[in-house]
Write a protein that binds this ligand. Sequence first.
Ligand SMILES: [Zn+2]
Length: 376
Amino acid sequence: MKYWDNLELSAGLSANTGIRLIFAAIFFVFLLSSQMFSYAKEDSSGKEVTVKGVFGLPVGNAIFKGKSYDEITGYLKGMGINTVIGVPLDEKLIVALHARDIKAYAEIGIFAGEEYWIKNPDSRPINSKGEPISKQDWYCGLCPTQGWLRKEKLDTIRRIVRDFDVDGVWLDFIRYSCHWEVNKPLLEETCFCSTCIEKFKADTGIDLPSDLGTAKDKAKFIINTHSPKWYSWRCRQITDFARDAKSVLTEKDPRLELGLFAVPWRDGELDNAIINIIAQDIKELSYYADIFSPMAYHKMCGRDINWIGEISEYMRDKTSKRIMPVLQVMDLSGEELTKAITKTFSANKAGLIVFDMNTIINDKKQEVLKAAFNRE
Ligand SMILES: [Zn+2]
Protein backbone atom coordinates (compact mmCIF):
# COMPACT_ATOMS: atom_id res chain seq x y z
CA MET A 1 0.00 0.00 0.00
CA LYS A 2 2.79 2.40 0.72
CA TYR A 3 3.87 2.47 -2.92
CA TRP A 4 0.39 3.56 -3.98
CA ASP A 5 0.33 6.24 -1.30
CA ASN A 6 3.65 7.57 -2.57
CA LEU A 7 2.36 7.54 -6.10
CA GLU A 8 -0.74 9.55 -5.21
CA LEU A 9 1.37 12.05 -3.31
CA SER A 10 3.81 12.34 -6.16
CA ALA A 11 1.05 12.80 -8.75
CA GLY A 12 -0.74 15.41 -6.62
CA LEU A 13 2.33 17.60 -6.14
CA SER A 14 3.23 17.54 -9.79
CA ALA A 15 -0.15 18.53 -11.23
CA ASN A 16 1.15 21.88 -12.51
CA THR A 17 4.49 20.75 -13.80
CA GLY A 18 3.65 17.82 -16.05
CA ILE A 19 7.18 16.46 -15.86
CA ARG A 20 6.68 14.81 -12.52
CA LEU A 21 3.54 13.23 -13.87
CA ILE A 22 5.65 11.57 -16.53
CA PHE A 23 7.98 10.29 -13.82
CA ALA A 24 4.93 9.06 -11.93
CA ALA A 25 3.76 7.27 -15.09
CA ILE A 26 7.19 5.65 -15.51
CA PHE A 27 7.10 4.66 -11.86
CA PHE A 28 3.61 3.26 -12.40
CA VAL A 29 4.80 1.12 -15.32
CA PHE A 30 7.74 -0.01 -13.20
CA LEU A 31 5.32 -0.92 -10.42
CA LEU A 32 3.12 -2.88 -12.77
CA SER A 33 6.06 -4.82 -14.10
CA SER A 34 7.48 -5.53 -10.68
CA GLN A 35 4.18 -6.29 -8.96
CA MET A 36 2.25 -8.12 -11.66
CA PHE A 37 4.85 -10.18 -13.41
CA SER A 38 6.97 -11.12 -10.46
CA TYR A 39 5.43 -12.31 -7.26
CA ALA A 40 8.59 -13.30 -5.48
CA LYS A 41 9.93 -10.93 -2.84
CA GLU A 42 13.22 -9.25 -3.55
CA ASP A 43 15.97 -9.21 -0.95
CA SER A 44 18.09 -6.13 -0.14
CA SER A 45 20.35 -6.77 -3.13
CA GLY A 46 17.34 -6.87 -5.46
CA LYS A 47 17.54 -10.63 -5.94
CA GLU A 48 14.24 -12.48 -5.93
CA VAL A 49 13.78 -14.75 -2.97
CA THR A 50 11.67 -17.86 -3.18
CA VAL A 51 10.25 -18.64 0.23
CA LYS A 52 11.27 -22.06 1.49
CA GLY A 53 9.17 -22.01 4.57
CA VAL A 54 8.19 -24.30 7.39
CA PHE A 55 5.37 -23.93 9.85
CA GLY A 56 6.54 -24.13 13.45
CA LEU A 57 9.93 -24.62 15.00
CA PRO A 58 9.77 -27.33 17.67
CA VAL A 59 12.83 -26.35 19.72
CA GLY A 60 11.72 -28.87 22.37
CA ASN A 61 11.94 -31.80 19.92
CA ALA A 62 14.46 -34.50 20.90
CA ILE A 63 16.68 -33.78 17.88
CA PHE A 64 17.32 -30.27 19.19
CA LYS A 65 18.01 -31.39 22.76
CA GLY A 66 21.08 -29.71 24.21
CA LYS A 67 21.53 -27.60 21.07
CA SER A 68 22.03 -23.84 21.21
CA TYR A 69 19.83 -21.52 19.16
CA ASP A 70 22.82 -20.89 16.94
CA GLU A 71 23.11 -24.61 16.26
CA ILE A 72 19.35 -25.03 15.68
CA THR A 73 19.20 -22.15 13.23
CA GLY A 74 22.36 -23.42 11.55
CA TYR A 75 20.60 -26.75 11.08
CA LEU A 76 17.59 -25.00 9.47
CA LYS A 77 19.89 -23.02 7.20
CA GLY A 78 21.57 -26.24 6.10
CA MET A 79 18.15 -27.60 5.16
CA GLY A 80 17.59 -24.62 2.89
CA ILE A 81 14.82 -23.14 5.06
CA ASN A 82 14.63 -19.35 4.82
CA THR A 83 11.28 -18.67 6.54
CA VAL A 84 9.57 -19.87 9.71
CA ILE A 85 5.86 -19.19 10.14
CA GLY A 86 4.48 -19.62 13.65
CA VAL A 87 7.84 -18.97 15.26
CA PRO A 88 7.98 -19.55 19.03
CA LEU A 89 7.78 -16.17 20.69
CA ASP A 90 11.30 -16.11 22.07
CA GLU A 91 13.34 -13.04 21.19
CA LYS A 92 16.71 -14.81 21.43
CA LEU A 93 15.52 -17.44 18.97
CA ILE A 94 14.19 -14.78 16.60
CA VAL A 95 17.53 -12.93 16.77
CA ALA A 96 19.34 -16.21 16.02
CA LEU A 97 17.07 -16.83 13.01
CA HIS A 98 17.66 -13.34 11.67
CA ALA A 99 21.42 -13.79 12.11
CA ARG A 100 21.09 -16.69 9.65
CA ASP A 101 18.94 -14.58 7.31
CA ILE A 102 15.85 -16.65 8.11
CA LYS A 103 12.56 -14.72 8.35
CA ALA A 104 10.43 -15.24 11.43
CA TYR A 105 6.66 -14.68 11.43
CA ALA A 106 4.27 -15.07 14.33
CA GLU A 107 0.96 -16.86 13.87
CA ILE A 108 -2.27 -16.20 15.70
CA GLY A 109 -5.58 -18.06 15.59
CA ILE A 110 -8.47 -15.60 15.45
CA PHE A 111 -12.00 -17.03 15.33
CA ALA A 112 -11.54 -20.50 16.82
CA GLY A 113 -10.98 -22.02 20.24
CA GLU A 114 -13.10 -23.98 22.70
CA GLU A 115 -11.68 -22.00 25.60
CA TYR A 116 -13.69 -18.99 24.40
CA TRP A 117 -16.95 -21.01 24.39
CA ILE A 118 -16.24 -21.79 28.04
CA LYS A 119 -15.06 -18.31 28.96
CA ASN A 120 -17.89 -16.53 27.17
CA PRO A 121 -20.74 -18.60 25.68
CA ASP A 122 -21.72 -15.60 23.48
CA SER A 123 -18.71 -16.50 21.33
CA ARG A 124 -20.37 -19.77 20.23
CA PRO A 125 -21.99 -19.20 16.82
CA ILE A 126 -25.71 -19.74 16.27
CA ASN A 127 -26.79 -21.65 13.15
CA SER A 128 -29.85 -21.05 10.97
CA LYS A 129 -31.90 -23.38 13.19
CA GLY A 130 -31.27 -20.96 16.02
CA GLU A 131 -29.04 -23.47 17.80
CA PRO A 132 -25.47 -23.15 19.06
CA ILE A 133 -23.14 -25.02 16.70
CA SER A 134 -21.62 -28.32 17.76
CA LYS A 135 -17.96 -29.04 18.21
CA GLN A 136 -16.58 -30.71 15.06
CA ASP A 137 -13.78 -33.05 16.06
CA TRP A 138 -11.22 -30.61 17.59
CA TYR A 139 -12.74 -27.52 15.97
CA CYS A 140 -14.79 -24.86 17.73
CA GLY A 141 -15.48 -21.83 15.56
CA LEU A 142 -16.25 -18.44 17.06
CA CYS A 143 -18.68 -15.62 16.31
CA PRO A 144 -16.65 -12.94 14.50
CA THR A 145 -18.68 -9.94 15.67
CA GLN A 146 -17.96 -10.21 19.40
CA GLY A 147 -16.31 -6.85 20.09
CA TRP A 148 -14.40 -8.07 23.17
CA LEU A 149 -12.94 -10.97 21.18
CA ARG A 150 -11.80 -8.79 18.29
CA LYS A 151 -10.20 -6.36 20.74
CA GLU A 152 -8.47 -9.16 22.63
CA LYS A 153 -7.00 -10.56 19.41
CA LEU A 154 -5.86 -7.16 18.14
CA ASP A 155 -4.28 -6.43 21.53
CA THR A 156 -2.40 -9.73 21.30
CA ILE A 157 -1.10 -8.84 17.83
CA ARG A 158 -0.07 -5.42 19.15
CA ARG A 159 1.80 -7.04 22.04
CA ILE A 160 3.55 -9.54 19.74
CA VAL A 161 4.94 -6.85 17.43
CA ARG A 162 5.83 -4.63 20.37
CA ASP A 163 7.76 -7.33 22.25
CA PHE A 164 9.27 -9.41 19.44
CA ASP A 165 11.24 -8.50 16.37
CA VAL A 166 9.12 -10.62 14.03
CA ASP A 167 8.86 -9.92 10.28
CA GLY A 168 5.08 -10.00 10.43
CA VAL A 169 2.06 -11.96 11.56
CA TRP A 170 -0.03 -14.70 9.91
CA LEU A 171 -3.73 -14.80 10.75
CA ASP A 172 -5.19 -18.26 11.18
CA PHE A 173 -8.92 -19.10 11.45
CA ILE A 174 -9.70 -15.72 9.95
CA ARG A 175 -13.17 -16.72 8.82
CA TYR A 176 -16.65 -17.75 9.84
CA SER A 177 -17.13 -21.13 11.43
CA CYS A 178 -16.63 -24.28 9.31
CA HIS A 179 -14.55 -27.38 9.95
CA TRP A 180 -13.55 -27.56 6.30
CA GLU A 181 -10.56 -29.89 6.75
CA VAL A 182 -12.54 -33.08 6.21
CA ASN A 183 -13.81 -35.03 3.26
CA LYS A 184 -17.41 -33.82 3.48
CA PRO A 185 -17.51 -30.65 5.56
CA LEU A 186 -20.71 -29.60 7.28
CA LEU A 187 -21.69 -26.39 5.47
CA GLU A 188 -23.66 -24.66 8.15
CA GLU A 189 -24.77 -21.03 7.86
CA THR A 190 -23.78 -18.88 10.82
CA CYS A 191 -23.98 -16.66 12.78
CA PHE A 192 -27.47 -15.60 13.84
CA CYS A 193 -26.67 -14.62 17.42
CA SER A 194 -28.24 -11.41 18.70
CA THR A 195 -24.92 -9.51 18.36
CA CYS A 196 -24.65 -10.45 14.68
CA ILE A 197 -28.28 -9.67 13.88
CA GLU A 198 -28.21 -6.29 15.65
CA LYS A 199 -24.93 -5.32 13.95
CA PHE A 200 -26.27 -6.41 10.55
CA LYS A 201 -29.35 -4.24 11.07
CA ALA A 202 -27.33 -1.25 12.25
CA ASP A 203 -24.71 -1.50 9.48
CA THR A 204 -27.15 -2.04 6.60
CA GLY A 205 -30.23 -0.15 7.81
CA ILE A 206 -32.29 -3.28 7.18
CA ASP A 207 -35.10 -3.79 9.65
CA LEU A 208 -36.61 -7.12 10.57
CA PRO A 209 -40.40 -7.57 10.97
CA SER A 210 -41.31 -7.24 14.62
CA ASP A 211 -43.17 -10.57 14.69
CA LEU A 212 -39.97 -12.55 14.16
CA GLY A 213 -39.36 -13.80 17.68
CA THR A 214 -36.72 -16.51 17.41
CA ALA A 215 -33.23 -16.63 15.95
CA LYS A 216 -34.49 -19.35 13.60
CA ASP A 217 -37.25 -17.07 12.23
CA LYS A 218 -34.83 -14.18 11.85
CA ALA A 219 -32.29 -16.41 10.06
CA LYS A 220 -34.95 -17.61 7.64
CA PHE A 221 -36.10 -14.07 6.90
CA ILE A 222 -32.56 -12.77 6.36
CA ILE A 223 -31.55 -15.65 4.07
CA ASN A 224 -34.80 -15.51 2.06
CA THR A 225 -35.04 -11.74 1.78
CA HIS A 226 -31.58 -10.18 2.06
CA SER A 227 -29.06 -12.88 1.20
CA PRO A 228 -26.71 -10.79 -1.07
CA LYS A 229 -26.41 -8.08 1.60
CA TRP A 230 -26.10 -10.65 4.37
CA TYR A 231 -23.28 -12.55 2.66
CA SER A 232 -21.31 -9.46 1.74
CA TRP A 233 -21.81 -8.03 5.24
CA ARG A 234 -20.41 -11.26 6.72
CA CYS A 235 -17.33 -11.00 4.47
CA ARG A 236 -16.93 -7.42 5.68
CA GLN A 237 -16.66 -8.63 9.30
CA ILE A 238 -13.68 -10.77 8.31
CA THR A 239 -12.08 -8.20 5.99
CA ASP A 240 -12.39 -5.47 8.62
CA PHE A 241 -10.48 -7.59 11.08
CA ALA A 242 -7.66 -8.01 8.53
CA ARG A 243 -7.74 -4.23 7.97
CA ASP A 244 -7.43 -3.57 11.70
CA ALA A 245 -4.66 -6.15 12.09
CA LYS A 246 -2.74 -4.57 9.20
CA SER A 247 -3.01 -1.13 10.78
CA VAL A 248 -1.67 -2.51 14.08
CA LEU A 249 1.37 -3.80 12.17
CA THR A 250 1.79 -0.58 10.20
CA GLU A 251 1.64 1.51 13.39
CA LYS A 252 4.62 -0.43 14.67
CA ASP A 253 6.53 -0.64 11.38
CA PRO A 254 5.18 -0.32 7.82
CA ARG A 255 7.55 -3.08 6.72
CA LEU A 256 5.77 -5.69 8.84
CA GLU A 257 3.83 -8.12 6.67
CA LEU A 258 0.37 -9.54 7.17
CA GLY A 259 -0.21 -13.06 5.95
CA LEU A 260 -3.35 -15.12 6.19
CA PHE A 261 -4.37 -18.71 5.82
CA ALA A 262 -7.01 -19.10 3.15
CA VAL A 263 -9.49 -21.93 2.63
CA PRO A 264 -8.63 -23.35 -0.84
CA TRP A 265 -12.11 -23.10 -2.36
CA ARG A 266 -12.93 -21.14 -5.48
CA ASP A 267 -15.92 -18.92 -6.12
CA GLY A 268 -18.96 -21.02 -6.94
CA GLU A 269 -17.62 -24.31 -5.54
CA LEU A 270 -19.84 -26.02 -2.95
CA ASP A 271 -22.67 -23.51 -3.49
CA ASN A 272 -20.21 -20.64 -3.15
CA ALA A 273 -19.22 -21.74 0.36
CA ILE A 274 -16.04 -19.63 0.31
CA ILE A 275 -18.34 -16.57 0.56
CA ASN A 276 -21.61 -17.90 1.98
CA ILE A 277 -20.08 -20.10 4.69
CA ILE A 278 -16.41 -19.17 5.15
CA ALA A 279 -16.75 -15.43 4.35
CA GLN A 280 -13.24 -15.02 2.94
CA ASP A 281 -13.49 -12.55 0.07
CA ILE A 282 -9.86 -12.73 -1.02
CA LYS A 283 -10.18 -9.84 -3.45
CA GLU A 284 -11.35 -7.56 -0.62
CA LEU A 285 -8.82 -9.06 1.79
CA SER A 286 -6.03 -8.30 -0.68
CA TYR A 287 -6.32 -4.60 0.19
CA TYR A 288 -4.84 -5.46 3.60
CA ALA A 289 -3.07 -8.82 3.42
CA ASP A 290 0.40 -8.94 1.90
CA ILE A 291 0.57 -12.71 1.51
CA PHE A 292 -2.07 -15.41 1.09
CA SER A 293 -1.48 -19.00 2.11
CA PRO A 294 -4.07 -21.33 0.65
CA MET A 295 -4.14 -24.44 2.82
CA ALA A 296 -3.50 -26.64 -0.19
CA TYR A 297 -3.80 -29.99 1.56
CA HIS A 298 -4.17 -31.85 -1.70
CA LYS A 299 -4.57 -35.37 -0.32
CA MET A 300 -7.19 -34.34 2.18
CA CYS A 301 -9.04 -32.43 -0.53
CA GLY A 302 -8.87 -35.43 -2.90
CA ARG A 303 -6.72 -33.54 -5.44
CA ASP A 304 -3.50 -34.27 -7.26
CA ILE A 305 -0.21 -32.46 -6.79
CA ASN A 306 -0.79 -30.08 -9.73
CA TRP A 307 -3.79 -28.61 -7.91
CA ILE A 308 -1.46 -26.91 -5.38
CA GLY A 309 -0.02 -24.79 -8.17
CA GLU A 310 -3.43 -24.25 -9.75
CA ILE A 311 -5.11 -22.94 -6.60
CA SER A 312 -2.07 -20.71 -6.00
CA GLU A 313 -2.37 -19.26 -9.49
CA TYR A 314 -6.10 -18.71 -9.01
CA MET A 315 -5.47 -16.75 -5.82
CA ARG A 316 -2.61 -14.80 -7.38
CA ASP A 317 -4.85 -13.74 -10.25
CA LYS A 318 -7.58 -12.63 -7.84
CA THR A 319 -5.36 -10.81 -5.37
CA SER A 320 -2.19 -9.73 -7.23
CA LYS A 321 -0.38 -10.61 -4.02
CA ARG A 322 2.29 -13.13 -3.13
CA ILE A 323 0.87 -16.60 -2.64
CA MET A 324 2.57 -19.13 -0.41
CA PRO A 325 0.57 -22.34 -0.40
CA VAL A 326 0.75 -24.62 2.60
CA LEU A 327 1.76 -28.22 1.81
CA GLN A 328 0.63 -30.82 4.28
CA VAL A 329 3.40 -33.33 4.98
CA MET A 330 1.27 -35.79 6.92
CA ASP A 331 0.31 -38.85 4.85
CA LEU A 332 2.84 -38.02 2.10
CA SER A 333 5.62 -40.43 1.22
CA GLY A 334 9.09 -38.96 0.76
CA GLU A 335 8.69 -39.30 -2.98
CA GLU A 336 5.32 -37.49 -2.96
CA LEU A 337 6.75 -34.71 -0.81
CA THR A 338 9.65 -34.20 -3.21
CA LYS A 339 7.27 -34.10 -6.16
CA ALA A 340 4.86 -31.72 -4.43
CA ILE A 341 7.63 -29.29 -3.52
CA THR A 342 9.29 -29.39 -6.95
CA LYS A 343 6.01 -28.96 -8.86
CA THR A 344 4.81 -26.16 -6.58
CA PHE A 345 8.07 -24.24 -6.89
CA SER A 346 7.84 -24.36 -10.67
CA ALA A 347 4.20 -23.19 -10.60
CA ASN A 348 4.59 -20.58 -7.89
CA LYS A 349 7.86 -18.63 -7.73
CA ALA A 350 6.90 -16.90 -4.48
CA GLY A 351 7.50 -20.16 -2.64
CA LEU A 352 5.68 -22.39 -0.21
CA ILE A 353 5.28 -23.37 3.42
CA VAL A 354 5.60 -26.94 4.60
CA PHE A 355 3.20 -27.95 7.36
CA ASP A 356 4.73 -28.68 9.69
CA MET A 357 8.31 -28.88 10.96
CA ASN A 358 7.39 -31.21 13.79
CA THR A 359 5.96 -33.77 11.35
CA ILE A 360 9.02 -33.44 9.12
CA ILE A 361 11.23 -34.36 12.07
CA ASN A 362 8.99 -37.07 13.53
CA ASP A 363 8.50 -38.71 10.12
CA LYS A 364 12.25 -38.47 9.52
CA LYS A 365 11.74 -36.50 6.30
CA GLN A 366 14.48 -33.97 7.01
CA GLU A 367 16.72 -35.31 4.25
CA VAL A 368 13.83 -35.24 1.75
CA LEU A 369 13.03 -31.62 2.60
CA LYS A 370 16.70 -30.65 2.57
CA ALA A 371 17.24 -32.17 -0.87
CA ALA A 372 14.07 -30.57 -2.32
CA PHE A 373 14.77 -27.12 -0.85
CA ASN A 374 18.44 -27.11 -1.80
CA ARG A 375 17.78 -28.24 -5.35
CA GLU A 376 15.72 -25.14 -6.16
ZN1 LIG B 1 -22.72 -13.98 16.09
